[in-house]
Design a protein around this ligand. Structure first.
Ligand code: AR6
Length: 187
């Protein structure tokens, strides 16, 4: 069966899925931006799991991803993916962003998620250029999604209009026989 990739314009924390991907930092203890909202909405059970991961594993390396409960968010699991901070492009940022997406998708598949939502990792506080980040996110997910048997649908959820329009343009040009693209209207 064809895999689905759907673009949404809205708030990822309101959108029900099996696995919601957070744009985290290496400590996993929360921060600003989306990470702040997710920690606040998910509540104490998720926070306790993050503290345990921080103490037992030292958090999560850049490009990797860890799983916790989603607490009070409308998801079964949270996948905390750590994208790179943009340092000018000579510090393996593109590869690390690609790794963050592919490792998050792999973790989602391992836990049996059918639906997974991704934010625009690294394009806020971490200042990764939006166009390049979108090309990496879409290119990575669309090329590896067919090999992930559990996952039926991936949602790219863009909060800001700029990212939404960039994703819309790239996705509307994509022609992959294994993937069905859907672009939702603006929220
Ligand atoms: N729904 C969907 N996307 C959102 C939402 C939302 N509710 N809120 C923000 N975004 P950022 P980063 C988008 O800064 O750049 C934190 O301090 C936002 O428009 O949250 O990966 C962490 O602890 C942007 O496009 O994360 C790390 O230290 C995207 O989410 C650091 O920031 C990511 O923006 C990670 O930086």
């Amino acid at each position: 069966m064809k895999k689905k990739v759907t673009l949404i314009h809205g708030d990822i924390t309101n959108f029900p899925v099996d696995a919601l991907v957070n744009s985290a930092n290496k400590s996993l203890l929360g921060g600003g931006g989306l990470d702040y909202i997710i920690h606040k909405k998910a509540g104490p059970l998720m926070k306790a799991e993050c503290v345990r991961l921080n103490q037992e594993k030292g958090g999560c390396s850049t490009g990797q991803a860890e799983v916790t409960t989603a607490g009070d968010l409308p998801a079964k699991y949270l996948i905390h993916a750590v994208g790179p901070r943009w340092l000018g492009g000579e510090s393996k940022e593109p590869q690390l962003l690609c790794d963050a997406y592919s490792n998050a998708l792999m973790r989602a598949n391992e836990i049996g998620a059918k639906t997974v939502s991704f934010p625009n990792i690294s394009t806020g506080v971490y200042r990764f250029p939006q166009q390049l980040a979108a090309e990496i996110a879409i290119g990575t997910i669309c090329s590896i999604l067919p090999q992930h048997d559990q996952i039926a649908e991936v949602f790219f959820v863009c909060r800001d209009a700029e990212n939404y329009l960039i994703y819309k343009e790239i996705l509307s040009m994509l022609d992959d026989p294994k993937i069905q693209i859907k672009i939702s209207s603006v929220e």
